[in-house]
Design a protein around this ligand. Structure first.
Ligand SMILES: N[C@@H](CCC(=O)N[C@@H](CS)C(=O)NCC(=O)O)C(=O)O
Length: 206
């Protein structure tokens, strides 16, 4: 069975568990990271020299980097649905997956870390405000891309929504007072009502 190392509340691990739940792919998840440790053991570092989660073992094939894992599993198990087969549509999906990691997450994760994992007296308020402004701007761009679309690629739910959703879940719960965007709100309502999202993405923030 597919093995996934990583604590359930990590947004990068959630991408992988969400995909598995969506496509009914059985998996064994092994807690690792933060208070669970594991990631600094020599055994884990052999699998993933970064000491980060997630990492998977698919019948002996070891892979890390959440978006690469999602691309791999979706191409293997959900080609034509969650992983588009048309080259241009797939590139569009991959673009949004990369954008989630290179643009959305770096704008908001510093705000999340400051507000959720840093004691009030140690918070850098100016950095938090700057992160919120960057997040507002990035959400506005996502909102623009979602105009007239049910999901980020159009009518069909895809791996691009999976890469965006767990980070957006943090934004919605840690920074709910962000400016409102109609297309973004409608899309978030659509993805967050999916049973798999409710099961593995909508977990307590910590
Ligand atoms: N680019 C990597 C980033 C992985 C990453 O930063 N994971 C975080 C959790 S979201 C982590 O391992 N943090 C340390 C820990 O949990 O111990 C990916 O997308 O897989």
């Amino acid at each position: 069975m597919l093995k996934i190392w990583g604590r359930a509340n990590s947004s990068n691990v959630k991408k992988v568990t969400w995909l598995c739940e969506e496509i009914g792919l059985p998996y064994e998840r092994i807690d690792a990271g933060l208070n669970f440790g594991v990631v600094n053991t020599p055994e884990y570092r052999k699998l993933n020299p970064n000491g980060l989660v997630p990492t998977i073992d698919d019948e002996g094939f070891i892979l890390w980097e959440s978006n690469s894992i999602v691309r791999y599993l979706a191409a293997k198990r959900a080609a034509g649905t969650i992983c588009p087969t048309d080259l241009k549509v797939r590139a569009d999906a991959e673009r949004w997956m990369d954008w989630s990691s290179t643009t959305l997450a770096p704008s908001f994760i510093p705000v999340f870390l400051a507000l959720v994992r840093t004691p009030p007296e140690k918070r850098n308020l100016q950095a938090i405000e700057e992160g919120k402004k960057k997040t507002d701007d990035v959400l506005g761009r996502l909102d623009g891309a979602l105009a007239g679309r049910k999901f980020i690629l159009g009518d069909h739910f895809s791996m691009a929504d999976i890469a965006l959703g767990p980070v957006v879940y943090l934004v919605q719960n840690v920074y709910p007072e962000h400016p409102k965007f109609a297309n973004f709100d409608a899309w978030y309502a659509r993805i967050s009502e999916r049973p798999a999202f409710k099961k593995v993405v909508a977990l307590p923030i910590g």
